[in-house]
Write a protein that binds this ligand. Structure first.
Ligand code: BES
Ligand code: MN
Ligand code: ZN
Length: 464
């Protein structure tokens, strides 16, 4: 789909022309005012839509009024949601060309508009032999620069969503490595033997139960004069069966999505050159599967991470933090200024925050606040969770430095405290995207499936 900038929408032929209505106000289209508002009492409540044909009297074949709700309650998030909703409505009547004529909005909406279009337009239909109708062109009168920036971010989101929606049979650790190598970045893939030499005993233990070999991926984007050096790490469990502590069928069903953090990192790295930021960016993924094969690691095993710390395995289903432990040590040793990891890490985070907000913790207040604010502006929601020292108690092991699980209560916080043990000198933030990375039913602008969580926030953070 293409967004075309035009200055006069009234002179553009299209299948559907979208106009907005604030509650108690009129639209810019006389015929909508007459039939929808005056006759049919359409109120323009937020998210409501009203479709009316123009019977050849206008260049637009149909007009779609979208409710913006109360003007004083309107905001960029609502604009994005309403835009997505209108696009979905247009798709449902098989429109190919859609114009958007928004008026009376008193903030710069081009970026949120593009996110709304890009998110709602998405469908993972690669494996469908019959594809649904799609909108081909969107016409709008808005700032070129903002639209172009957001279009690149949307492209990265699509990349990320496609990858996380792929079944595990396709998106294997080797496939992720192959993809990482296709971006034309300075990329190194470490195989099992090389990871052994680096002392990645926690990560490699997780990989043991699978016939898919682990791949440790390091992509690097280097600008001329970097103002800052950042590492982004994505949890890359290509399938999480739980290992020997196997998951029940219903919990395993969506576990192909356990590489959503990795998909985010790959999405970001796929467009980084197009933005050419003055920030050095390292994309890191410790990719493997968590399977219960005959060589699988076992409850009670003691593992040694890259930084020498020992971990008693209490539960093989708490595998993400083990792979992240070694990835964090690796990133920390690079001597970057900041490390941000994204992981579908705990069901507990999902219980705490639902499917609207991701959890965030870190070792530096400023970094955490900065990421939360950036996320908010581009339409993602992150909520800080506590990492009180008291939670650490439950991570104690009798025979090793720690165990890989803490108390069931506050599980997202104990997972954060576990990860903290593997960051020494860098500023660090951890984003638990378990609840927001993959929807099991449509939510807002999103269809069922992967959401591309983290892509908007991380790219905007890098570009800031
Ligand atoms: N990948 C899961 C977390 C998850 C759960 C992500 C639901 C998305 C939706 C993770 O590896 C896991 O299994 N975590 C366990 C940890 C427990 C054993 C301490 C969990 O949350 O139950
Ligand atoms: Mn698990
Ligand atoms: Zn997992």
């Amino acid at each position: 789909m293409e967004i075309k900038l035009i200055s006069n929408l009234k002179e553009q032929e299209c299948d559907v022309l979208v106009v907005n209505q604030f509650e108690g106000e009129k639209t810019t289209e006389e015929i909508a005012n007459k039939y929808a508002i005056d006759e049919d009492k359409f109120e323009g409540k937020f998210g409501q839509t009203y479709l009316l044909p123009t019977y050849g009297k206008q260049l637009a074949r149909k007009i779609l009024v979208v409710g913006f709700g109360k003007k004083e309650e309107f905001n960029p998030d609502k604009l994005r949601q309403a835009t997505g909703k209108a696009l979905k409505k247009a798709m449902s009547i098989e429109a190919k060309t859609v114009g958007y004529d928004y008026s009376g909005v008193d903030f710069d909406w081009a970026e949120q508009f593009t996110y709304g279009i890009g998110i709602a337009d998405y469908k993972f239909d690669k494996y469908k032999t019959k594809k649904d109708s799609k909108v081909e062109t969107v016409y709008v009168n808005a700032s070129k620069e903002s639209i172009e920036k957001a279009e690149k971010i949307v492209k990265a989101m699509k990349f990320s969503r496609d990858l996380a929606n792929e079944p595990a049979q396709y998106a294997t650790p080797s496939k992720l490595a192959e993809i990482a190598q296709s971006f034309g970045l300075d990329t190194k893939i470490y195989d099992k033997e090389e990871c052994e030499k680096m002392g990645m005993g926690a990560y490699l233990a997780v990989a043991k139960g699978s016939s898919q070999p682990p791949k440790f991926i390091h992509m690097k984007y280097t600008p001329q004069n970097p103002k800052k050096r950042i590492a982004i790490i994505g949890k890359g469990i290509c399938f999480d069966s739980g290992g020997l502590d196997i998951k029940p069928a219903s919990s395993m069903l969506t576990m192909k999505d356990d590489m959503s953090g990795a998909a985010c990192v790959l999405g970001v790295m796929s467009v980084i050159k197009e933005f050419s930021p003055e920030v050095e960016v390292h994309g890191i993924i410790a990719a493997c599967e968590n399977m219960p094969g005959c060589s699988a690691y076992k409850p009670g095993d003691i593992l040694t991470a890259k930084n020498g710390k020992t971990i008693e395995v209490d539960n093989t289903d708490a595998e993400g933090r083990l792979t992240l432990a070694d990835a964090l040590c690796y990133a920390d040793e690079l001597g970057v200024d900041e490390i941000i990891d994204l992981a579908t890490l705990t069901g507990a985070c999902m219980v705490a925050l639902g499917t609207v907000a991701a959890g965030i913790v870190g070792n530096n207040d400023e970094l955490v606040k900065d990421i939360i604010n950036t996320a908010k502006i581009c339409g993602e929601r992150y909520w800080e969770l506590p990492m009180y020292e008291e939670y650490k108690e439950s991570l104690k092991s009798d025979i090793a430095d720690m165990q890989n699980t803490g108390s069931r209560w506050g599980g997202a916080s104990t997972a954060g405290l576990f990860l903290k043990e593997f960051v020494d000198k860098s500023k660090w933030a951890h984003i638990d995207i378990a609840g927001v990375a993959y929807y099991d039913k449509p939510q807002g602008e999103f269809v069922k499936g992967s959401t591309g969580a983290g892509v908007r926030a991380i790219l905007n953070y890098i570009l800031k």
